[in-house]
Design a protein around this ligand. Sequence first.
Ligand code: ADP
Ligand code: MG
Length: 900
Amino acid sequence: MPGNGDTPAMRQYTRFKERYPDCLLLFRMGDFYELFREDAVSAHKTLGITLTERTGGVPMAGVPHHSVDAYIRRLIEAGFRVAVCDQIQDAREAKGVVERAVTRVLTPGTLVDDALLDESQTNHLASVYCETKTSRALVATVELSTGAFTLFDVPASSLLDELTRRSVGEVIFPDDAEDLRVMLEAFPAPATARPTWHVRHAESIEALHECFGVVTLEGFGLDDDDPVLDPAGAAVRYLRETQAMDEPTGDAPSGNGASAATAMLVRPRTLAHLSPPKRERVETSLVIDATGLRALEIERTVRGNAHEGSLVHAMTIGGCGPRTAMGRRLLRDWLCRPLAELDAIRARQRRVATLVADRRTADALLDALEGVQDVSRIAGRLGLGRATPRDLVALGRSLNTLNAIAMVLHGCPAFEETERALDDLRSTLEPVSRAILKSCVEDAPGHLREGGLIRDGVDPDLDDARTLHSESSAWLAEYQTRLAETHDLPNLKVGYNRVFRYYIELPKAQATRAPDVFTRRQTLKNAERFITPELKEFEDKVLTAGERAVSIEQRIFLDLCERASRCVRAISAFADRVAEVDVLGCFAARAHKKGWVKPELVEEPVMDLAGGRHPVLEEVLGSDFVPNACALGCADEAARLALITGPNMSGKSTYIRQVALLTLLAHAGSFVPASSARIGLCDRIFTRVGADDALHAGQSTFMVEMVETASILHHASERSLVILDEIGRGTSTLDGLALAWAIAERLCTAGARTLFATHYHELTGLAESMPERVSNRHVAVREWSNERGEREVIFLHEIRAGRASGSFGVHVARMAGLPADVVQRAGELLESLRVSHAGETERTHTPPSRRDQMSLFTEYVEHPVLTELKSFELDRMSPMDAFDALRALQRTATNPGESQ
Ligand code: ADP
Ligand code: MG
């Protein structure tokens, strides 16, 4: 609490801090934003900035105002919320403490400034509410930076997966929803509890009606009784709060007065740029959960969590990526949420095919798109009154490409609908674009403090003011010569500084000769400065001319912004079209450059790939990559479950992921890296990677693996694709084998297309008992003996029918550089083990019936307790010895770690 360091400014600070208790408050003082008390300590820890003490012992830390965005970005990334409190009054005019106001509240899900956002990453706020009676989560997502507003509902159990797929940066939920709070703890983005009444239906509807200026949402195709509107209303309330729209007006900077010196001029009063909420059905998209996205490395690699090496990244390299920021964001969305409906997929394919076949059109399209800036986010900033002069000019130029894009698509039947949509937007957007380009210079300044945005010849008053201003230097030179000559003062100089403005300067020695018209203004060490009535008059005229020019520019700028913001919806619609053709163009460019083919998508649950390649590895290995086929449930191969065995490092994981990635690309509407592809429509792609697989190191435990596997067994349908990599590895060999076996059996029954990579050779026996359901594949190796008589292997990375002949672990160890004597010893041990287990090899390749299953497993390794029990010579033991031995055995059995 304020102690003796209590000053008027600190009292003001405390007042703001009380209003934003859950934010770090950045308090503008002069050229710095200061933080106090616990906030200062947090900022010091997060940003490494110096912690000092204000008089009275209050901890304090500050950041320079010109680089505040960079610091805010780091604070937000560290999970803080930030309230920015600005000076809204010229400090020179303040009587007492300067007036201040909180001008923005920044939270991870409500960012709009380019400096705080990644241009290729969508950033949604999600407002969530769980309906207990249906066990469904009702969700509204808003992307404040572009205005996209989406409503959907999902089973509560899939909520986190859906939020991951949609790139959610922050979640809000009603504060009495305990189960939601617990569930959201597992979600990486921060979750903020909000008052429960915000999701009450009446309140929500009211907030939405007010936001869109309507009395019913029916016009947007929504039902006012739809409970999904409850979280939507809560989202709107939250946005109003973070954008400080509910601050009392008296506190806020006005559009043209106090804030004339800032770049952001209009105070937002609405969320004008929000698109009307769109109700989506999640079933229209192919489901991949968060684990699957990670295991398939769609956005980031498992190892290193890097963007480079991911599918999204691979789709943007080699000059084939989307040309616009909107396209880059949509590409990510299409790959994380592919389609699940044939018609929609085929519609995308048709357009990609057109561009693959017609390279002239495709190239012209990409060229036209090159000129489009991030208009989607500019539209957002316009709506919020935060557009900069540079935004405005970028908007003008981008909208100016509309015609070129429409022309390029003209005459392509596949793009008829896009062309029509662009035509409809033309009459709204072209006049705006023309007005901006006519009025503004090409190289716009970042702010309007000194003007420099509006062209000459646009406004006569502005031209006059500018002429006056620019002629001033000529007049000053002439005046200086005239004075020097008239009064015979050759060292006389006319100059300017900000405090004393215009002055006439004479060296000390000549000051006594100053004529009477000179009035003293300032005394320096070696000179005296004067003013004359004539110079004063000039000063008034020139200075006001400069200020007048800036304020005229600001007025024109605001008019143009106002005009543009009246058509933000049309601008957003244009942005959506651009993003779409951009990604289609990207698909086509890649297909053309890399020889990808159009997959045939069918209703039957088949998978028939020839010459398939891994889209990411192919980029790295080029022609060294070995293409592979895959047949599941089709004419050549009836079985839908394939077991893939082969040595470590031979390519099992790569192969099964490749099949999943091709399936995913096909559902996104893209062509695929293969020589031919026939793929049955999928409802979900499941991917599980065993706990011990190196790919997943440190990220998973056996428990997690089993939880994930349980979800597959519950949800996999005949339409699903299941990718299992080394499942069952995180526990002892026998447990793991038993689990893997049972899981494989169950998946056969479910009929899901399944690829199961495993090092359990015993599993390959399944194919013999259920040949119509399970088939064996292995990765081919070439073996020979080297000159020292050691067995050497080369991995051919080729998938062939049948099971692998061994696991080759010892040979991989040699390749990895294990000392030769260790490898040799391991080789000897392996031989002797083979001999001692010779009798069992036969049996392990036939599936155990339920009754002899146990014996199969017990024959592998005997439990140590059993071994020891057998060794007891009971006849020679006293009852007490026997009791002790029994106790020791019990300890070993319950606590195996202690046995050795
Ligand atoms: P496994 O899962 O069998 O241990 P991986 O799938 O991890 O093996 O593959 C190991 C390495 O082999 C990969 O990193 C890659 O460099 C190489 N590889 C895999 N598949 C191929 C292929 N089809 N063509 C060329 N190299 C491959
Ligand atoms: Mg592997």
